[in-house]
Ligand binder design. Structure first.
Ligand SMILES: NC(=O)c1ccc[n+]([C@@H]2O[C@H](COP(=O)([O-])OP(=O)(O)OC[C@H]3O[C@@H](n4cnc5c(N)ncnc54)[C@H](OP(=O)(O)O)[C@@H]3O)[C@@H](O)[C@H]2O)c1
Length: 275
């Protein structure tokens, strides 16, 4: 295990469940101090209590709705008030919504864009200059295998994750020589609160096609691989052999073929890899 995170301060968004809570556990095991944020203060406090008891690191929790128009600014103000310099930022909070685009709830789609994209831009823009000045630290941006291709019936979600992938990849080139890392993390399906929020049962995911089952990874394993890739200085990381093959295939195959295959897989009423 590298010493990259030892005694650093890491801000994790969406830390009340799933990948964010697991990131908190594994980063604390690497001796990082944590600022955890999400909307649910009860769930955040439970994660903080568990991690603090186990690893004894310093910790703050901040409840904020990052999809609200003033959410990112509120979080920034609260972090500033703590007086800690954020060394690493993990833009993890996010959700998707499954279904035919014209039948989705319009406010839910725009809320998704604000959380998955706008908050990511605001927080990255705020915390990067300090990292560059200190010549260390970095950002992990949660994209998805869904960010590598259009995802009909998961349309807005795939588009937000493509945005994150492009945003992180471009920034990683801008940051060359600064000592600051930038990685897009692109997992395939991971059973978490994500499926319920998206309108997909975890049992559907587990019963899904062979590809879905081969792509699936539990949160602790996904996070272990994510942190290792970030420590290794990767700029884009897709965990798992099947996921890597699939994302490579989407680059090589004609776009119409890729979109049609995704439409067939994602229109199946809850079958397939809807990440
Ligand atoms: N699970 C997968 O299959 C998968 C695959 C690829 C990528 N991802 C990405 O991984 C990230 C984490 O997802 P997950 O799987 O861990 O899902 P999850 O268990 O549902 O966690 C989502 C987190 O985001 C927070 N959140 C949701 N809306 C928020 C808002 N408006 N403001 C602030 N925080 C908010 C939630 O906390 P509160 O509800 O308390 O606010 C929760 O902590 C997401 O960006 C997702 O797109 C997931």
């Amino acid at each position: 295990m590298s010493e990259l995170f030892r005694e650093s301060w890491v801000l994790i968004t969406g830390a009340s469940s799933g990948l964010g809570a697991e990131l908190a556990r594994q980063l604390a095991a690497r001796h990082a101090n944590l600022v955890l944020t999400a909307r649910s203060i009860e769930r955040l406090s439970a994660v903080a209590e568990e991690v603090r008891t186990r690893h004894g690191v310093a910790m703050h929790v901040i409840s904020v709705d990052l999809a609200a128009s003033d959410g990112p600014a509120k979080l920034i103000a609260e972090v500033e008030a703590l007086g800690v310099a954020i060394d690493h930022l993990v833009n993890n909070a996010g959700f998707g919504s499954l279904g035919r685009f014209v039948r989705t709830r319009p406010e839910r789609e725009t809320e998704m864009v604000r959380l998955n994209c706008e908050a990511v831009v605001c927080l990255t823009r705020h915390f990067l200059p300090g990292m560059i000045e200190r010549g260390r630290g970095g950002v992990i941006q949660l994209s998805s295998t869904a960010g590598h291709q259009p995802t009909p019936f998961f349309t807005t979600y795939g588009a937000t994750k493509a945005f994150v992938l492009s945003f992180a990849s471009a920034l990683s080139a801008e940051l060359a020589g600064t000592g600051v890392r930038m990685m897009a993390f692109c997992p395939g399906p991971v059973p978490t609160g994500f499926q319920k929020a998206a309108g997909l049962a975890i049992t559907d995911l587990k019963r899904g096609g062979l590809r879905a089952r081969l792509s699936m990874m539990e949160a602790p394993e996904a996070v272990r691989r994510c942190l290792r890739a970030y420590e290794d200085g990767r700029s884009v990381y897709v965990p798992g052999f099947v996921n890597r093959v699939m994302t490579l295939a989407t680059k090589l195959a004609p776009r119409a073929l890729v979109v049609n295959a995704a439409a067939r897989s994602l229109s199946g009423g809850g079958r397939g890899s809807k990440t």
